[in-house]
Design a protein around this ligand. Sequence first.
Ligand SMILES: [Zn+2]
Length: 267
Amino acid sequence: MTTNGTTLRDVMVCLDEFAPLAIAEDWDNVGLLVGDPQRLVNRVMTCLTITPATAQEAIERNADLIVSHHPLPFRPLKQITTETTVGRLLLGLLSANIAIYSPHTAFDSAAAGINQRIAEGLGLMEIRAIIDQDCQEKSPGAGRLGSLENPITLAELAARVKGFLKIDTLRFVGDLNRHLTTVAVACGSGGSFLDAAHRAGCDVMVTGEATFHTCLEAEALEIGLLLPGHYASERFALECLADFLADKFPDLTIWPSEQEADPLSSL
Ligand SMILES: [Zn+2]
C-alpha cells in the first residue's frame, strides 16, 4: 500500500501472490479483465460470478473492484452492446467505473485455493494434486486427492461434503455402502479430472457438477461421484477470499456479494 491509499495494482499483486496467475489453465482468461491498475480502490466485492444481481449490488454499494471467480469477459468480444447479457453487464460496470479481476483456475489450484480447502475440509491426508503442475513452487498442481485415515462409506463422505459446504442435498453416482479410502476433489465442473483420478486409484471424486456421460463413465470405471453443485463447490471460497483480502487491506471495505444465489433450485 502507498501512503496515498491502495491502488488496484496493490490488490492485484496481493491476489497474484495468493493465487498466482501463472498456474491458471492455458484456456482460461484470468487476472485484471477491466480497469486501470493505477486507480485507487476503497471498496471491493467478491463473488462467484458476475450476474445482473451481483453487478447491481456492486453498483449500488459503490464498489471500485469486483473480484469474480468466473471471468467476465471470458471469450474474446467483437462488440460490447446491450444486445447480449455479457455486453449489458460490462456496459453497466464500465459506466460505474468498476474494475473486474478474475483468478478462476489459479484460485482452484493455488496452494491455499479452493480444491485444497475442500480436501482439508473433508479430512483428507497426504493431500496432493490430481495433475501435477510444471511450476511446483507456486502450486502442487490442479485438483487434489488424498486418503482417509479410516475408510468410510460413500454415504458418510456425502454427509461430510454436505456439512462442509453447508448444503442439504447433493447428487451421487455409486453404491452408498461402499467403503472408500482415496478421494479426489475438483471444484466446479471437474469431469475432465475423472480419468486422472481413476488412474491415481481414487475410489470417489467430489466435483460440483458432471454431465450425464461423465456420470456413466464414472459408473463404468467403478469410481463414485459426489456432486454438491457447481455453486456450492466454489461459492464458500469467495467468502474466504473476502476475509483474506480484508485481513491484508484493513483500510478497505471488502465484502462477499450478499445478493448472489445458486440459479438452480430443487423441489
Ligand atoms: Zn466454477
